[in-house]
Design a protein around this ligand. Sequence first.
Ligand code: 6PG
Length: 250
Amino acid sequence: MSKPTIRVVADAEQVSRTAADEFVRLAREAIAARGRFTVALSGGSTPKRLFQILADPPFREQVDWSKVEIFWGDERALPPDHPDSNFHMSTGALLQKVPVPVTRVHRLQADRLDRDAAAYDYQVDIARVFGVPAEGPPPPFDLILLGMGPDGHTASLFPNTTALNEKTRWVVPNYVSKFTTYRLTLTAPFINKAANVLFLVAGADKTNLLAEVLEGPPDTARLPSQLIQPSPGQCVWLVDKAAAAKLKNV
Ligand code: 6PG
């Protein structure tokens, strides 16, 4: 496993702007090398700003959106038009504004009653896009965007939840007791196969947790973000000064 790279920038706006540069760079590299860019989007406030930046010039012209395959890292049990769904946020901020073909937008259907079937169907859809068996090892996304909640969760891998123990499935339902609801989430073994994982972390409410996650002893049940250690891929933590205030090794 390679060590994560930690990049500290001034504030949340710079986190989003730097992430937009990275998104464009990785998309162009992937499209030049393999003819397409596979990316999983995240929910949250920092990615929303990133998506708005990507939807505007000069960034929107720098990506061949017809060759981007859009997935999500996690989703709430809400219909696609609900304001709190990650799909709705990403659509409003980005996907309605750039020419991504609808056939390349893969919504995570966490609002389906049969959650296990919804998770499995997503795994099958990913496998189809990559041309690999759905029962085999996970294929590598070009980029998985992640955030970290102030409780140490990432995607919908919340502290002390069953999804943290998943070893083989790529996508699972996960019951989150603090919200008394299920979510669907990519699993750590799947995320860890990605070529690039980019965490966006901003704000003083994350200072203590970020220091524990990156520099404290392993405690993955309490700090699920510690499970994310891509191999042989790269992991970059893009953090603002407020969140990085207690990091010693930057
Ligand atoms: C979600 C997420 C979640 C998010 C973190 C951080 O659906 O809520 O995908 O894992 O990334 O909660 O969110 P912020 O960047 O808004 O703090």
